[in-house]
Design a protein around this ligand. Structure first.
Ligand SMILES: [Zn+2]
Ligand SMILES: [Zn+2]
Length: 189
C-alpha cells in the first residue's frame, strides 16, 4: 500500500472540513500546519450560536455573504482563542483565498499557502504574497486517496462492462456505460 504524502494528507483534512461548511455559496476548508502537525482548522460558517445560511439563507450585501466567517479566518481565530502561535506556519486551503483572508494570513505570519482549487485568484493577492515573502503553491487533492478500495472498484466495473460486451449487449449501450464509469471514477466535484 502506498503511503500518502503530507501535502495530500493535510489537503484531504481541509476538504473534510469544507464538508462542515454552513454557507451554500461555497464550501471552503482550511488547515493550519506547523512542523507537520495540524494546529488548527476552520470552515466557512456563521458566528458561534448564529443562524446558518443553510437554514435561513445567505445574508447578502453587495453580492457577498455577510453572515459567514471565512475558513482561513476561523482557523487563525482558533489559534488566537487558544493562544497557539501561527508565526512560520503553513495553511492548506481548498480554494485560493480572498483578498481579506490573504491579508490576514500574511499578518498572522503564515509563510506558505497551499491551495487546491483556483478561485478568482486576484493578482493583488499574489503581489502581496510576493512582497511579504509568502510562498504559494497549488496542490490538487487526489480524490482517489480517500477511497481505499478505489482500484478494486475500478477493476470490478471494468470487468462488468467487458462481460456485458461479451454477452452481446449492444456496443453503443456499452460505450455509454463506459463513459459513465469513466466520469464516476475520475470526476472532481
Ligand atoms: Zn452564506
Ligand atoms: Zn476569505
Amino acid at each position: 500500500m502506498d503511503r500518502i504524502s503530507w501535502d495530500q494528507y493535510f489537503m484531504a483534512q481541509s476538504h473534510l472540513l469544507a464538508l462542515r461548511s454552513t454557507c451554500t455559496r461555497l464550501m471552503v476548508g482550511a488547515t493550519i500546519v506547523r512542523d507537520k502537525r495540524m494546529i488548527a482548522g476552520g470552515y466557512n460558517g456563521s458566528i458561534s450560536g448564529g443562524k446558518h445560511c443553510i437554514d435561513d439563507g445567505c445574508y447578502l450585501i453587495d453580492d457577498h455573504c455577510a453572515r459567514t466567517v471565512h475558513a482561513e479566518i476561523n482557523a487563525i481565530l482558533q489559534c488566537a482563542k487558544f493562544g497557539v502561535p501561527t508565526e512560520g506556519a503553513e495553511i492548506y486551503v481548498t480554494h485560493f483565498p480572498c483578498l481579506n483572508c490573504c491579508k490576514s494570513l500574511i499578518q498572522a505570519g503564515i509563510k506558505k499557502v497551499i491551495y487546491a482549487k483556483e478561485y478568482k485568484n486576484h493578482p493583488f493577492a499574489l503581489e502581496m504574497f510576493e512582497q511579504s515573502g509568502v510562498e504559494v503553491e497549488q496542490v490538487e487533492l487526489e480524490e482517489m486517496i480517500l477511497d481505499v478500495n478505489s482500484k478494486e472498484k475500478l477493476t470490478f466495473a471494468a470487468n462488468l462492462l467487458n462481460k456485458l460486451e461479451e454477452n452481446g449487449v449492444e456496443s453503443t449501450e456499452v460505450e455509454k456505460l463506459k463513459d459513465q464509469a469513466n466520469k464516476l471514477f475520475t470526476a472532481t466535484p
